[in-house]
Ligand binder design. Structure first.
Ligand SMILES: [Zn+2]
Length: 116
Protein backbone atom coordinates (compact mmCIF):
# COMPACT_ATOMS: atom_id res chain seq x y z
CA UNK A 1 0.00 0.00 0.00
CA UNK A 2 1.32 3.40 -1.10
CA UNK A 3 0.06 5.17 2.03
CA UNK A 4 1.84 2.69 4.27
CA UNK A 5 5.28 3.48 2.85
CA UNK A 6 4.56 7.23 3.06
CA UNK A 7 3.45 6.76 6.67
CA UNK A 8 6.71 4.93 7.43
CA UNK A 9 8.76 7.75 5.93
CA UNK A 10 6.83 10.36 7.89
CA UNK A 11 7.29 8.39 11.07
CA UNK A 12 11.05 7.91 10.46
CA UNK A 13 11.56 11.65 9.95
CA UNK A 14 9.32 12.60 12.86
CA UNK A 15 10.95 10.23 15.34
CA UNK A 16 14.39 11.56 14.38
CA UNK A 17 13.27 15.11 15.15
CA UNK A 18 11.61 14.03 18.38
CA UNK A 19 14.73 12.18 19.55
CA UNK A 20 17.04 15.05 18.64
CA UNK A 21 14.87 17.25 20.81
CA UNK A 22 14.85 14.75 23.68
CA UNK A 23 11.11 14.28 23.55
CA UNK A 24 9.49 12.04 26.12
CA UNK A 25 6.22 12.08 24.25
CA UNK A 26 4.65 13.76 21.26
CA UNK A 27 1.28 15.47 21.52
CA UNK A 28 0.65 16.48 17.91
CA UNK A 29 1.92 16.07 14.37
CA UNK A 30 0.87 18.42 11.61
CA UNK A 31 1.25 17.37 8.01
CA UNK A 32 0.77 19.19 4.76
CA UNK A 33 -0.25 17.03 1.85
CA UNK A 34 -0.49 18.34 -1.70
CA UNK A 35 -3.73 17.56 -3.48
CA UNK A 36 -1.71 15.95 -6.29
CA UNK A 37 0.38 13.81 -3.97
CA UNK A 38 -2.07 10.96 -4.62
CA UNK A 39 -2.53 10.33 -0.94
CA UNK A 40 -5.72 9.10 0.65
CA UNK A 41 -5.66 11.02 3.94
CA UNK A 42 -7.94 8.56 5.75
CA UNK A 43 -5.70 5.66 4.81
CA UNK A 44 -2.62 7.66 5.71
CA UNK A 45 -4.06 8.47 9.13
CA UNK A 46 -4.90 4.82 9.67
CA UNK A 47 -1.37 3.71 8.68
CA UNK A 48 0.33 6.30 10.88
CA UNK A 49 -1.85 5.36 13.84
CA UNK A 50 -0.95 1.70 13.48
CA UNK A 51 2.78 2.44 13.07
CA UNK A 52 3.02 4.67 16.15
CA UNK A 53 1.51 2.19 18.60
CA UNK A 54 3.95 1.72 21.46
CA UNK A 55 6.19 4.63 20.37
CA UNK A 56 6.68 8.22 21.54
CA UNK A 57 4.00 9.16 19.07
CA UNK A 58 1.27 6.99 20.49
CA UNK A 59 -1.82 9.13 21.18
CA UNK A 60 -0.44 12.14 19.30
CA UNK A 61 -3.04 14.18 17.50
CA UNK A 62 -2.61 13.98 13.75
CA UNK A 63 -3.59 17.03 11.71
CA UNK A 64 -3.48 16.99 7.95
CA UNK A 65 -3.81 20.13 5.85
CA UNK A 66 -4.35 19.84 2.13
CA UNK A 67 -2.28 22.08 -0.11
CA UNK A 68 -3.98 23.28 -3.27
CA UNK A 69 -2.08 22.82 -6.50
CA UNK A 70 -0.49 25.92 -7.96
CA UNK A 71 1.28 26.50 -11.25
CA UNK A 72 3.67 29.05 -12.70
CA UNK A 73 3.76 29.88 -16.37
CA UNK A 74 6.21 31.67 -18.66
CA UNK A 75 3.57 34.32 -19.39
CA UNK A 76 3.75 35.50 -15.79
CA UNK A 77 0.68 33.69 -14.48
CA UNK A 78 0.88 32.08 -11.05
CA UNK A 79 -2.03 30.33 -9.41
CA UNK A 80 -4.55 27.62 -9.98
CA UNK A 81 -4.29 25.49 -13.09
CA UNK A 82 -6.84 25.72 -15.88
CA UNK A 83 -8.97 22.75 -14.98
CA UNK A 84 -9.48 20.36 -12.12
CA UNK A 85 -9.10 17.21 -14.16
CA UNK A 86 -5.73 15.54 -13.58
CA UNK A 87 -4.75 15.75 -17.25
CA UNK A 88 -4.99 19.49 -17.57
CA UNK A 89 -3.60 20.48 -14.20
CA UNK A 90 -0.46 21.86 -15.76
CA UNK A 91 -2.10 24.06 -18.39
CA UNK A 92 -2.02 27.82 -17.88
CA UNK A 93 -5.55 29.31 -17.91
CA UNK A 94 -4.20 32.57 -19.32
CA UNK A 95 -2.32 31.37 -22.39
CA UNK A 96 -2.99 27.60 -22.51
CA UNK A 97 0.71 26.82 -22.50
CA UNK A 98 2.11 23.98 -20.39
CA UNK A 99 3.04 25.40 -17.01
CA UNK A 100 5.26 24.32 -14.16
CA UNK A 101 3.74 22.85 -11.01
CA UNK A 102 5.10 24.77 -8.02
CA UNK A 103 2.85 23.38 -5.27
CA UNK A 104 0.59 20.41 -4.85
CA UNK A 105 2.73 17.27 -4.75
CA UNK A 106 4.44 17.82 -1.43
CA UNK A 107 4.25 15.69 1.67
CA UNK A 108 5.59 17.85 4.50
CA UNK A 109 5.80 17.54 8.24
CA UNK A 110 4.95 21.10 9.22
CA UNK A 111 5.11 20.82 12.96
CA UNK A 112 5.67 18.30 15.71
CA UNK A 113 4.57 19.22 19.22
CA UNK A 114 6.71 17.43 21.77
CA UNK A 115 6.86 17.09 25.53
CA UNK A 116 10.30 16.92 27.14
ZN1 LIG B 1 0.60 31.25 -19.33
Amino acid sequence: MHEYSIATEIYDSAIRVAEENHATSVSAIELEIGELAMINCDQLTFCIESIVKGTLFEGAELKIAEIKAEIRCGCGYTGKAADDSMRSYLICPQCNAPAELIRGREIIIREITICT
